[in-house]
Design a protein around this ligand. Sequence first.
Ligand code: GDP
Length: 472
Amino acid sequence: NDLASLLDVSVNEIISVCMSLGMFVSINQRLDAEAITIIADEFGYEVEFTKADEEEEVEEVEDSPEDLGDRAPIVTIMGHVDHGKTSLLDYIRSSKVTSGEAGGITQHIGAYDVRTDNGDKIAFLDTPGHEAFTAMRARGAKITDVAIIVIAADDSIMPQTKEAINHAQVAGVPMIFAINKIDKPNANPNKIKEELANMNLLVEDWGGKYQSQEISAKTGQGVDELLEKVLLEAEILELKANPDRKAMGTVVEASLDKGRGYVSTVMIQNGTLKIGDIMLAGQHYGRVKAMFDHLGQKVQEAEPSTPVQVLGLSGAPQAGDILKVYDTEREAREIANSREQINREQSMRTKKHITLDEIGRRLAIGSFKELNIIIKGDVDGSVEALSDSLLKLSKDEVSVNIIHKGVGQISESDVLLASASDAIILGFQVRPSSSAKRLAEQEEIEIRHYSIIYDAINQIKDAIEGMLEPEF
Ligand code: GDP
C-alpha cells in the first residue's frame, strides 16, 4: 500500500507485478529492500534508501585504527558427548580464577573469562556443543573466534565430532583439536590424529596446519599448553575492539529471575557497557541497572570479550540476539517497536528459508546463486552416490554445495545447520527424529524424503533449472 502510493499506481498493479515475480503478497505486507527495488524498476523508478529506512542496525560506525586495542579471544568448546567438554570447561574455570576474584562463587551464566598464568585473557562460552553454537549462528550472531574440538583419546572420531568440525568449518572459525583423556591407560592419541588425517585434517606435529594438544581435563595435564595455542591462534586473527565506544555484544542466555527481573548474559564484543546505559536486545530495551561477572560479583562496566549478566531489559531476548547501546531511550523504544511489528508480520509471511519451490521465485528475481544441501541416508554408499551426482548439477549460474552429509536419522543439529546456512535437507531412506521434525517446522526448513536416488537428482535438477512444478 505504501509503495503503491509512493509510485502513484494502484495496489493491484503492485500485487500483480509481485505475482509475476512469484511473490504472493498482501496489501499490508512489508517488502524487503530487494523486492522494492525490483518492483519500482518495473514502474521506471529507481529507489534510494535513506538512513531511516535501513534501521540503525545497518549503521555500523567504523572504528579508526588508532582507537582499536587488542581484545581477548572468545572460545567455544565442541565435540562428541562424553568426550570431556564439560570437564574441560570446569577445569579451566576452577584452575584459572585469579586471586583478585576469589571470594566469589562460580555462577553458571553461560560464559566466563579467565586469565592464563601469563596474564592473558580468554573468554569461554559455557554452553558446550555445536547445537548452541549453530543456533546462535542461525540468528546471525558471530561470536566465536576459536573452536576447541574435544576428542577422547580412548575413543574415536564420533558422529558429533564430525558434526562439530563441520559446523566450525562452515562458520569459518579456526579449530584446535584437544585430544582428551590421555591420563587413561588405553588412550591412543596417535589413532585420533590418524583419523583426523583421514578426514584431510592434518595436525601440526604431522606437518599439517591444525593445532592439536593432548590433554587431560581430569588432571589438567596439557591444559596450559592448550590455552597457549588458543592465544597463538588469536594472535593470527588480530582480534581488535574499541573499548571507548558504545557497547555491542551478543546475548548468550536470558531468563526471568524471581527477585531480579529479566537477567541476560551478554558477551561484549565491542565498546564498554556501563551502568545506566540504554540498551536494546531483540525487541527488548531498558537501562543497565546492574551487572555481575561469572563469580556473581557486581561490576560497573564490561569491556570487549567480557561476559556479564545484565539486569534492566524489559524482557528476555533470545540467545544470539545482538545487544546495542543507544543515546536515547526514545531511539531504543522505536527500534524495539518496529522490530516487534516486523516479527509479527514475518511470522505470518512466507517461508524464510529456501525450499525447492522457492528456488523458482529466487531465480526469477535473480537472487539465487547457490543451493546448499544436507544429505542424510541409511547407508554410506547411497549418501556418497547422491552427493556426487548432485554436485555435478552445478552450473555457472547456480552452484550446488553439499554442506554436510552423513549416515543416520535427520537430527536437530542437521536442522540447525540448515537454518544457519539456508539449506534444504534430503533424507534418503531416513526420517527426522521427532524433535528434528518439530524444529524443522518451527525454522521452516524443508526436508525432502527419497527412496530412489534418480528421483532426488531429477527434482533438484528441475528446481535449479527453474522448471519444478510446484507441489499441491
Ligand atoms: P561432555 O559430555 O563432553 O561434556 O563430557 P563430560 O565432561 O561430562 O565427561 C564425560 C566423562 O568423562 C565424565 O565421567 C568425566 O569425568 C570423564 N572425563 C572427562 N575428561 C576426562 C579426562 O581427561 N580423563 C578421564 N580419565 N576422564 C575424563
